[in-house]
Design a protein around this ligand. Sequence first.
Ligand code: DX5
Ligand code: ZN
Length: 217
Amino acid sequence: MNPRINPSILAADFVNMQAELARIASADFAHVDVMDNHFVPNLTFGPQMVERIQATSPIPLDVHLMITDPDRWAPGYAELGAASVTFHLEAAADPVSLARRLRGIGARAGVAIKPGTAGEALYDILDEFDQILVMTVEPGFGGQGFMPETMPKLRALREQARRRGSDVWLQVDGGISFDTIAQAAEAGADTFVAGSAVYGADDVEAAVTGLRDRARA
Ligand code: DX5
Ligand code: ZN
């Protein structure tokens, strides 16, 4: 397995975004957290800003929508060129048709679940998605502590994917650091979002490499 490291630009300096994106050129995807102050109690940016990030980023975008009514808004992020668009299962009216629309536009379709949401509802629809995001903190803020109690759910999703011959990517997001990444990898994650662990480091490139190495161990 070659672990993917997706730095979250939520931890970047928003007014120096071009330089902040250049710093993560050796990573796999730039993780873009869209928050609407409804689905989560925090607000970031919308399609206009993401369009500029898309035009500026040296690596493809992994958009994580923490918004209500993704059925209405998610396709716009695929249309602006994001490589992957992930919406929350808790917020979607019709997750399967939304995933099909995202794929139809040419994006990877992702579905995210909060720490308190069971994974079982996804077992029979794994094939509809290119990636599943198991949140390892309550969505809304960077810099929170990793929740190890989410690991059994991740492990069960990995087992289901194996059993069904699915090549869906399993992503974790929240509190991923040098100390926690190995346990998420061991439980079955192959794609790792890290905000503060990357942008909080003195050497961002070394942090990306170090996280990848620890996920492989
Ligand atoms: C939290 C966001 C995360 C956040 C992770 O709701 O979805 O992507 O940026 O930040 P860290 O890695 O600092 O926990
Ligand atoms: Zn995120």
